[in-house]
Design a binder for this molecule. Structure first.
Ligand code: TXA
Ligand code: MG
Length: 331
């Protein structure tokens, strides 16, 4: 049930949410699977539809800072961050206000909560119409590629969603940056469009990106439970930093493909059209991020024996692109 988000449809979607249903919601990053964060039933429905492990907490989407302050302890650092980056692709983890009403399932029993104010009219209108915070993970089966179009949501979740609000392709294309402000020092747990350097500039200090130094130590001190899990996996084997192509591979390119050779002869530019996607011919990282998941979805369907992904510069949103590619390459 994919619908254009007219005011009447948004009112219908809000009714669905308030009666415990779940709705595919466009945001500027990726499509979310939204449910009433105050309702155990709705939150459990989200976990069930995605087949998501119960240990992986959800982001709570709010319409403004005042709404966030009902559920998390907002300190001066958080206020500064909100002022500079909200609405936008930045999720902030803060201590939860005790007995705040958000379902324990949404926070996976943690005493912190992730909050985000999305920069998307439809998402904002939906939160306001429902009048409750919306728990919304990416609207895909757990472990698969995040959706950047309404068709991706439908292909992954089908009839498990009560309605999908369609607002075209997501402008950013990779999930929000996750910033943990609940500890002694701010740490970026997931790279996204807002970089650790930008956050550091605002806070006047260097902000680190949390590195998983091996599954064992990460399991001992899990910072962001979701980051431990296998993610973004296409069905087709993907390899990163490809400098040439094996026969039968599809190419996920970046910039000029002229010098990419195919082992055994030929050049990447001569491959059949359906086997080649270029994240950005001009080498624009924002364009590449916006194309990333749609192109991964597309190349996953062409029956190639593998996907070779060319190197992407590891700066700005390129860090987020490389993080997602690295996870997609894990088996
Ligand atoms: O861009 C986005 O963030 C999208 C849109 C829909 O807003 N949502 C999204 O949600 O990507 P999801 O569930 O796919 O990713 C949420 C990430 C997970 O890695 C989860 O473990 C982490 O945020 N997270 C949520 N609550 C947390 C908490 N209290 N402490 C640490 N990590 C948390
Ligand atoms: Mg996700």
């Amino acid at each position: 049930m994919i619908k254009a988000p007219t005011p009447e449809v948004i009112a219908q979607a809000a009714d669905i949410l308030l009666s415990g249903g779940i709705v595919g919601m466009p945001t500027e990053t990726v499509y979310g699977l939204a449910g009433n964060a105050l309702s155990d039933d709705a939150v459990l429905k989200i976990f069930a539809a995605k087949n998501r492990p119960a240990i992986n907490p959800l982001i709570i989407h709010v319409a403004n800072e005042a709404m966030a302050a009902q559920y998390v302890e907002v300190n001066d650092t958080a206020r500064l961050i909100f002022k500079n980056f909200w609405p936008g692709a930045l999720t902030v983890i803060l201590p939860q206000v005790s007995n705040c009403g958000v379902s324990q399932y949404a926070s996976a029993g943690l005493d912190t909560l992730a909050v985000r104010m999305p920069a998307h009219n439809v998402a904002m209108d939906l939160i306001s119409a429902a009048g409750v915070p919306l728990a919304a993970p990416s609207a895909n089966l757990s472990g698969s590629i995040s959706p950047t179009t309404p068709a991706h949501v439908h292909a992954s979740l089908g009839d498990k969603v009560d309605m999908i609000l369609a607002a075209g392709r997501c402008a950013v294309g990779v999930e929000s940056t996750v910033l943990d402000l609940s500890g002694d020092v701010p740490v970026v747990l997931r790279c996204g469009a807002v970089s650790a350097a930008q956050i550091g500039d605002v806070l006047g200090l260097a902000v680190a990106v949390y590195e998983e130094d091996g599954a064992e130590s990460a399991l001992k001190s899990p910072k962001s439970p979701g980051m431990l899990l296998k993610h973004y996996a296409p069905k087709t084997l993907l390899r990163v930093n490809a400098i040439d192509l094996e026969a039968g591979e599809a190419l996920l390119g970046f910039g000029s493909l002229k010098f990419m050779g195919v082992k055994g002869g030929g050049a990447a530019v001569d491959l059949p059209e359906e086997l080649v996607c270029n994240l950005s011919e001009s080498g624009d990282l924002n364009e590449a991020a916006a194309n990333l998941f749609a192109m991964m979805h597309q190349l996953d369907e062409v029956g190639a024996r593998g996907i070779a992904a060319m190197a992407v510069p590891n700066v700005g949103i390129g860090l987020a692109i490389n993080d997602r590619l690295k996870r997609a390459a894990q088996r």
